[in-house]
Write a protein that binds this ligand. Structure first.
Ligand code: NDP
Length: 321
């Protein structure tokens, strides 16, 4: 027999937005059910030190922060479930969500906090040096590269914004782009070109990240970390080296909205649209919080703030309906 559970608030996803929504919904007596997804904790579980989440004087670890948020959500009464939602029916009332396990959840309101994933170049070495120089978030990790040379990959607004941010603290920023023009807004480009600490390398791609991996260090000694990049000129095929201690990949993000496509309003990149200054989506009773709707700030603290908003709005919606 299919396992069906009803809840006033179904929270899909478990990053800072989802957990904060759960904490607020539970404390409002709404007895939320939270479906954690395939990677509970989300993007913060692949970061190391977190220094910009308020409330902690010393650096904390991303995975630990997410464990704490989950424990807090549970302690105040959230039912957390390890499962993955594969389909939703917003037209039914109560709404319906089907999980990978076969379980069905019916819900009066739904908070979508499924997050987004940074796109990576797809190099094996890029993966090996994550947390050792390779990052997808300058705001999160830039501080660790004070007075060191770094590279930023990409040519969109994110890449330019990250390069400008990093130029404030690093010794030099090299922006590497695969074409000979940027897609970033003109005003951002002007700021980038005017910055004395930023150099742009056009028509190049990264072929490899080099340095001492954790395995190398365990075997041969030395301090793990990246030392440079192997580049290739896409027009001439010529290879070159670039000595940098950090590589910030800023080639876009993909919001995790596959199962909601065609069922609610989204922008052309798949981010869920919400009414200004709210988390209300185009479907009454469905709210979206965190990176699944935000492509500008993408911070744990802003996602948490939106999770709080979503729970308060869900409570208000339930009170009015
Ligand atoms: P974009 O999709 O705009 O840009 C991605 C960049 O990465 C492009 O220059 C693209 O190159 C390059 N790229 C993609 N794949 C690869 C690859 N495999 N190897 C090398 N380079 C690659 O993503 P953004 O994250 O910059 O921005 C996403 C959205 O968010 C945009 O709408 C943007 O305007 C918005 N945004 C707005 C901000 C603001 O208003 N302050 C800040 C940040 C983002 P190519 O150009 O050749 O396709």
């Amino acid at each position: 027999m299919t396992d069906t559970q009803h809840t006033k608030v179904l929270i899909i996803g478990s990053g800072p937005a989802g957990y904060t929504a759960a904490i607020y919904a539970a404390r409002a007596g709404l007895e939320p059910i939270q479906i954690l997804g395939r990677e509970p904790g989300g993007q913060l579980t692949i970061t190391t030190d977190v220094e910009n989440y308020p409330g902690f004087a010393d650096p904390i670890e991303g995975p630990w922060l997410m464990e704490q948020m989950q424990a807090q959500a549970k302690n105040v009464g959230t039912k957390t479930i390890h499962d993955f939602i594969t389909d939703v029916d917003f037209a039914a009332r109560p709404m319906k969500a089907t999980a990978e396990s076969g379980a069905i959840y019916t819900a009066d309101t739904i908070i979508i906090s499924t997050g987004a994933k940074a796109r990576w170049l797809g190099l094996e070495s890029e993966y090996k040096f994550q947390g050792l120089g390779v990052s997808a978030c300058a705001t999160c990790d830039g501080f660790f590269y004070r007075n060191k040379p770094v590279a930023v990959i990409g040519g969109g607004n994110s890449a330019v914004e990250e390069a400008l941010f990093l130029a404030n603290m690093t010794s030099k920023v090299t922006l590497i782009h695969r074409r000979d023009s940027l897609r970033a807004e003109k005003i951002m480009q002007e700021r980038l070109f005017a910055h004395e600490k930023i150099e742009v390398i056009w028509d190049h791609v990264v072929e490899d990240v080099v340095g001492i991996t954790r395995e190398d260090a365990a075997k041969d000694g030395g301090i793990p970390g990246m030392t440079g990049l192997l580049l290739k000129n896409v027009k001439t095929g010529e290879g070159s080296d670039l000595a940098v201690e950090g590589m910030f990949v800023a080639i876009g993000h993909d919001p995790a909205t596959e199962i909601f496509k065609g069922k609610m309003e989204m922008d052309s990149e798949g981010y869920i649209l919400v009414k200004p200054n709210t988390t209300q989506t185009s479907i009454p009773g469905v709210f979206a919080a965190g990176d699944v709707t935000d492509k500008i700030y993408r911070q744990a603290i802003t996602a948490a703030g939106m999770g709080c908003m979503a729970a308060l709005e869900a409570d208000k919606y339930l009170g009015a309906s």
